[in-house]
Design a protein around this ligand. Structure first.
Ligand code: ADQ
Length: 486
């Protein structure tokens, strides 16, 4: 029997992406299909999403969805999986990024933009459209992050159709909570009962992620270690008490990677395609990357970084170790954008070390593939990392991850310590604490390993043979859905 799931999110590859959330939401339908789950993805109708919809048909219209007219358009994701798009021009038809305007400021009406997404999801799954040609019945709603969290709250406090549908919320990053002032509460269309510790009330305002965490039937986050970490104040960002209170309803399910998109044997963006038996072909990718970044052409270690430039990702500490890295004969190619101060410091580092440190500010998906294929090691000094995807891509591409021991980074990389090297299972380098000393020592250790070619290649082969496809995690989600709908 097919289980029908409505996956609700604010971004999904290949239509709209600001970070790893989009990779996961985009990959889930194919990951779940082998387990008898049909996933319909509901996204906001940003201009880019509407432009990509081919042969869309309108399947529902609201005269007023939280105060604004809206339509629901049906199409497909990747030409294969059902897609629903919430077309509400007053909320989404604007220039800029999904959450911010062109100047990088949060849209002032974000509360309404994403409350409407949650209300639409609850209407769809709860049966409110049944009389008016609802496109399909759903057995379960899966909400991602604060932007979709109100779906769980509406299903609990204000179901409009009378069908009781269970919900799951996934936390991709507990640091982003969607908190708004108390004045928005009356406009959400929720009963007074939701203005409580069990509902959306949080520190005197509306906490969207908090409301979802409190009211979803199950909570998942994207690695087992992060599921434990967010029980503590250091990682829970204020929500640790609620996470602890949800007890066994909280699950850590590791993200997978889309092996159709991230596979060096078949990756069309690369100069040379290769596998773990043809590692020597990586050299052509390294030469191409050096040329692209105007780095010195040599066989010494080439580090890469692909990230949002933020405090979470430890990029301030990376700036501090640039001189150390270059002084040891290392080179660095960095792709990222974000914090203006960090951008300036990185550019200053590149100016101090021409040919050794090169920085590309911006977002470039194809270049990120070429960097994983041409770099020797990827540096990921995150202060916290719910799962992390770039270390998984690095493992698949033999670009060895050098990671802080936190969250999903701790769960997916095996440190090349003497015991792991002797046992032949090492896949990268881990270090404790994101400080100058710890990161500098990890870089020193990585370069020492690189200078032993047989050892390095062994680690590369181990890394490339790891299976971080969606197979296991797709099943874990499907099992959770089955338990909730039994
Ligand atoms: N400048 C650039 N150009 C091209 N590509 C770039 C880029 N900057 C980043 N990327 C890409 O964006 C994605 C980032 O995903 P991550 O999982 O590493 O972090 P993010 O913090 O966005 O996601 C959050 O959600 C995901 C999904 O659950 C969790 O893995 C993670 O820990 C959590 O913080 C990767 O696909 C990466 O290659």
């Amino acid at each position: 029997m097919t289980l029908r799931v409505l996956s609700v999110a604010s971004e999904a590859v290949p239509l709209v992406k600001t970070g790893g959330l989009a990779d996961v939401v985009g990959a889930l339908p194919a990951a779940l299909a082998p387990h008898g789950v049909e996933t319909t993805t509901l996204l906001p109708g940003y201009p880019a999403v509407l432009a990509a919809l081919r042969r869309a048909r309108a399947v529902h219209a609201w005269d007023s969805l939280l105060g604004t007219p809206a339509r629901l358009l049906a199409g497909t994701l990747e030409g294969r999986h059902p897609l629903l798009v919430l077309d509400a021009p007053a909320l989404y038809a604007r220039e800029g990024a999904p959450y911010t305007d062109s100047a990088g400021r949060d849209w002032a009406d974000n509360w309404q933009r994403f409350a409407a997404l949650g209300r639409a999801a609850a209407d769809l799954a709860g049966g409110a459209m049944a009389r008016r040609g609802k496109p399909q019945r759903f057995d379960l709603v899966h909400a991602h992050d604060w932007q979709a969290a109100l779906a769980c709250v509406y299903l609990r406090y204000a179901p409009l159709g009378g069908i009781r549908v269970p919900s799951v919320i996934t936390i991709h990053n507990i640091a982003f909570q969607g908190w708004f002032g108390a004045e928005v509460f009356p406009r959400l269309g929720l009963p007074d009962a939701a203005w409580t510790i069990d509902g959306v009330e949080y520190h005197g305002g509306v906490g969207m992620l908090k409301g979802g965490l409190a009211n979803a039937d199950a909570v998942t986050t994207v690695s087992p270690t992060y599921a434990r970490e967010i029980r503590s104040p250091a990682f829970g960002m204020g929500l640790e008490g609620l996470v602890v209170a949800r007890g066994n309803a909280v699950h850590g399910i590791l993200n997978g990677i889309d092996t159709q998109v991230w596979n060096p044997v078949a990756d069309a963006t690369l100069t040379a395609r290769y596998g773990h038996r043809t590692l020597e072909k990586r050299r052509a990718n390294k030469r191409a990357l050096e040329a692209e970044f105007e780095l010195a052409e040599e066989d010494g270690p080439l580090f890469v970084v692909i990230t949002r430039l933020t405090w979470q990702k430890g990029m301030d500490v990376l700036c501090e170790v640039l001189d150390h890295l270059a002084g040891l004969g290392g080179r660095l190619a960095l792709l990222g954008s974000g914090d203006g101060g960090i951008e300036r410091e990185l550019l200053a580092g590149a100016a101090r070390h021409p040919g050794r440190i090169a920085v590309r500010l911006g977002y470039d998906e194809a270049l990120s593939h070429r960097m994983q294929a041409g770099g020797d090691a990827i540096l990921i000094p995150s202060r916290f990392e719910p799962c992390g995807l770039t270390q998984l891509y690095g493992l698949a591409y033999g670009c060895l991850p050098v990671v802080a021991r936190t969250g999903g980074l701790a769960d997916t990389v095996i440190d090349a310590n003497p015991a792991a090297l002797a046992a032949g299972c090492a896949t990268g380098v881990q270090f404790d604490g994101v400080t100058y000393d710890s990161l500098a020592a990890a870089i020193t250790r990585t370069i020492a390993l690189y200078r032993q070619p047989a050892v390095w290649q062994r680690i590369q082969k181990n890394a490339m043979k790891c299976d971080f496809s969606w197979a296991a995690s797709g099943k874990a989600y499907a099992d959770l859905y089955a338990a909730l709908t039994a």
